[in-house]
Structures are given as structure tokens and as C-alpha cells.
Design a protein around this ligand. Sequence first.
Ligand code: SD4
Length: 331
Amino acid sequence: MKMKSRRNFLKLTALGTAAVITNPIIASTQQEVELTPIKSSTKPIVISTWNHGMEANEASWKILSKGGTALDAVEAGVRITESDPNNTSVGLGGLPDRDGIVTLDACIMDENNQCGAVAFLQDIENPISVARKVMEETQHVMLVGEGARQFAFEKGFKKTNLLTKKSKEQWEIWKEKSKYQPIINSENHDTIGLLAIDEKGNLSGACTTSGMAYKIHGRVGDSPIIGAGLFVDNEVGAACATGVGEAVIRIAGSAIVVELMRNGMTPNEACKEAVSRIIKKHKDLTNLQVGFIALNKNGESGAYSVFNGFNYAIRTKSKNKMIDSKYYRDR
Ligand code: SD4
């Protein structure tokens, strides 16, 4: 194609190359984005959702600080949360669906746009590692339900009872009160989404959850859906989501955040714009908590949520802390 003006094209100097948008109409509407090369003091970096992110980040950091890959780091990080029986929203000990069955959703994506996902998976403690096997050892992106479970067994994963005593007791109390009606409640879900940049400047992400507590059996949220719960584009950045998955899917949340960063927004601005789309598309915001976190290729991070109360953990050479997300409205 003929390039009328190179200025119309998105420039990603972080790569030392110009990423060419092949449609001139689209190109002429793009803002030119100058991404300065990532400072060596900024990488590696890992960010992840909620307080459980602190522990997960540490596991990722062990890998990143020794020069390991972002892909290994994101998997190792979220495995910690998945295997924590006291965490009732991810992996082992996750709150079950309304029938008392724990079903897990997870996905992983690397710097080459390779991705793998599992959804509605039962009896496996670390769905993120099954998702990675789907990515690396099949030609597919997503396996669900019984097929995913059988695949996991074939790959040597052990059968594990995911319903802990504590989660079973909570479910029994819920059953008494709720008459089998799932309640969308922002207290009931705390997915871990984790994004990392390694020493080489490559990005990967992982997202894993037991989903909305007391959901209808068979319900799958945003977390295993590439583009909704997680998206990574190594030229631009990465994003992941937490909260009411249905709302995230409706706007292709994480893909949108990455695309907005491509068009020049900071991670904070991109997360805010995605949240504002959710707000525009939902007349009733009752209990509709959604939060996004994002990391751009420069190692800048950001977050935004519908309501207060969302936070994320950040780990770099110089920082290891929780950051409160900016938000649209007080609850
Ligand atoms: C879901 N988004 O299944 C997940 C739940 C979640 O923080 O994010 N919790 O809808």
C-alpha cells in the first residue's frame, strides 16, 4: 500500500520500528504514539489484581529477577493464588456454583499472541497450567468442561477435590437464604489477573478464577476469554479484568484497554475509558463492580474501577506495594 504520510502511522519506538496499519482510513484517524524505550530501571515489573496479588507477585518476581520469562512468571504467580485454600475466589477453595460444584476458568497469553484457556474446569487445582498446556501442546486456544478435565488428566494433572470445608459451609448458608438464585455481588468475586514484563521487555499475562460464587452450573465468565478477561499485545501492553464478567465480555474489555493504549492513552486513561463504556451500556449499576489493570510497553501501569474498593499490587526493583485504583463512584 502507499503511505501518504508516515506521520499518520502509529509509531512504536519502543520496538525501534514503525508498526504499519494497513488501512489508510484507519491510519488517518490514529493518533501518533511515541513510546520511549522502557528504562532498564523499570523492568522487570509485575502487577496483579487485589491483595492476593502481593503474594502472587513475589512468586513471579523470583523468576523475573533472575532473568526468567514473563510467561513463566505469570504462570508461577497465579498458581500461588490458585493453590491457596483460604482464597475463596480462585482455584482450590473457590466458592462453588449454586449446585455446590467448584468450576474454574483461566487463560494465559504470551508475547507472541499465543494463548490458551480452560473454562468450566472441575477437579484440577491449577487451571492456569492446563491453559498453558492447551497453548503449547495443542492447536487450539480453549478447552472447556469435561474435555478440559480429560485433557488435564492426560497431561498428568492430579484429581483434586476443590470444595474445602470452609467453602462448603458458606455455600450451605447461601442455599438457606438465597433460594437457588445467584446474586451478583461485588463481594463474591476476586479473580487474580497478573501482567508482567521481563528483563527482555516482553509481556505476558494470566487470569484465573472460580468465577462468580453460586453462579448457574455451566456459567463461564470473562476470565478465560482472551480479549475479555485478559489481553496482551507485545507491541503495546497488556490488560486484565476483574469483577462482573458479563459486563466485561459485553465490551470486550481487556482488548479494548490495549487498543486504547495503542491509540495513545496511558494505562489509567485506557482503563477509565473501558469502565466508562461499561457504565454507558448498563442502566443499572447496582453491584456492577468491574476493575481493569493495565501495563504498557514502557512499564507504566494503571487501573480504574466502577466502584471504590478495587486495588492492585505492583512489584518492581524499587516498589512492592498495593495501589488503590481510581474509580467512578462510591458505593
Ligand atoms: C467472573 N470476572 O467470573 C470473574 C470474577 C471476578 O473478581 O473477576 N472476580 O465474572
